[in-house]
Design a protein around this ligand. Structure first.
Ligand SMILES: [Zn+2]
Ligand SMILES: [Zn+2]
Ligand SMILES: [Zn+2]
Length: 200
């Protein structure tokens, strides 16, 4: 029984193979060259496509691998140079001391730098401009305060002498003379003469 079954199986397989072979033979027949050619062509292109795609993936993988290795090599190289403290971009660890190359004033920005403790490079920055330093109040000539007019005074910077601010000053008090008039403006001052006039 078993042997018969096996034989039957073999026969069916053989038949199938024969059919397949027959199909192949039919395809190879020159009676239908157009369809046959196209079929084979498409098959070929498909196969080439697959091979190309696989190649592409393989190549990309390869490049990725090489890039990875390059990256690791690069990092190891930089680490090596850093430990050796030779070339390659320095991260600059600056010292604490500023060296002033140009002092800031109330008219100009200054500049100063720190030195890198690793490579010795000078890293500079600007110093912001200073505020004006107010000096004493001074009188504007020709604008002195009198007993009739307010005066004008100004305050200048001690450093650059630029005038920072002007202010009006109060009128001066009248200075009465013996006759009860102001020495400066000759105005008759009201208080003292009226009292003296009352007495007689
Ligand atoms: Zn540095
Ligand atoms: Zn100034
Ligand atoms: Zn006066």
């Amino acid at each position: 029984m078993k042997t018969r079954k096996i034989i039957a199986y073999i026969l069916t397989v053989a038949a199938l193979l024969g059919l397949l072979a027959g199909c192949g033979k039919k395809d190879d027949q020159p009676s239908v060259p157009s369809t046959d050619g196209s079929n084979t062509a498409t098959k070929n292109t498909e196969s080439t496509k697959t091979t190309e795609s696989t190649k592409a993936t393989e190549t990309t993988k390869a490049t990725e691998v090489t890039e990875a290795t390059q990256a690791t090599e690069a990092t190891s190289a930089t680490e090596a140079t850093e430990t050796a403290t030779t070339e390659a971009p320095c991260i600059h660890i600056l010292g604490t001391k500023w060296t002033v190359t140009e002092k800031a004033t109330c008219t100009n920005e200054g500049s100063r730098y720190k030195t890198c403790t690793l490579c010795g490079d000078k890293v500079a920055e600007t110093i912001p401009m200073l505020e004006h330093e107010p000096g004493p109040w001074k009188q504007v000539k020709g604008k002195e305060a009198t007993c009739t007019k307010e005066g004008v005074q100004y305050q200048a910077c001690r450093q650059c002498e630029e005038i920072i601010i002007y202010i009006n000053t109060e009128k001066k008090p009248h200075t009465p003379d013996a006759t009860g008039k102001c020495k400066d403006c000759k105005e008759v001052l009201p208080t003292v003469p009226t009292e003296t006039n009352k007495t007689p």
